[in-house]
Design a protein around this ligand. Sequence first.
Ligand code: ATP
Ligand code: MN
Length: 252
Amino acid sequence: KEAYAQLEHKLMALRENSRTGDERKTLDEVFDHETVMGIYKLMTSKIIESVLFPISTGKEGNVFACENLQGKLLALKIYRTSNSTFNRINKYIEGDKRFLGISGSKRKVMAAWASKEFRNLQRMHEARVNVPEPIKFHRNMVVMEYIGSKTAPAPTLRQVALDDPSKVYKNTIDNISLMYQKAGLVHADLSEYNILYYKRKPVIIDVGQAVLTDHLNSKDFLERDVKNINRYFRSLDVDIEDSDHIINNIMG
Ligand code: ATP
Ligand code: MN
């Protein structure tokens, strides 16, 4: 099919444009045949129209800016089906009652993981936590609202100079609280790296590992999240609240 050939060509071009050998290697890993077929499927089902540019190459996945038929920008997150990703992720899937019986095949686990991120995003979005709106998941891919401008994704909290850090701090704690009380979830990997700053507000991303509040370790995860946020905003000279106090408030 011509459209498939065009897509493959476009993805090859993205690969050729990557600056470093490492980047090229991860793109080779991410664009295996199954994944290219998956992106193609997202195109024929009119979820996305084209892949525009790579946003990030992370430990376990790649994020790309895409566009739909209406010209709306979207973010496409693709989980790599590599052994290291699988090993890190498998323990979270095993501890989650929503995924009883999913184990074994790497491909299955990666698809379960993408669906987990998607469902976590849905629960958070419905609870009005400030997260990218979930659009679709397919195999090892999640399509969501793109946060940023035509030319560049929104910076992470880590990358930006905040003009009112104390307000962003309060807003972040409010989001953690909503997430717990209304969505029934704990992020479990929250830090200045997994929060974007957009339209003067924190936007929480990377929610694949978020766990239900009835998870065995949810309190430990919540504690770690709150302490990370407190540590970061303390470094910005914000008057932070005691973490035990925050956690008691959140857990009620
Ligand atoms: P890492 O290992 O770097 O944490 P990850 O695989 O955990 O990567 P994310 O943290 O979800 O993936 O996303 C990686 C980066 O991609 C983010 O830091 C952000 O710059 C960008 N990104 C993710 N989601 C979006 C989005 N919806 N809109 C714009 N940019 C995004
Ligand atoms: Mn991340």
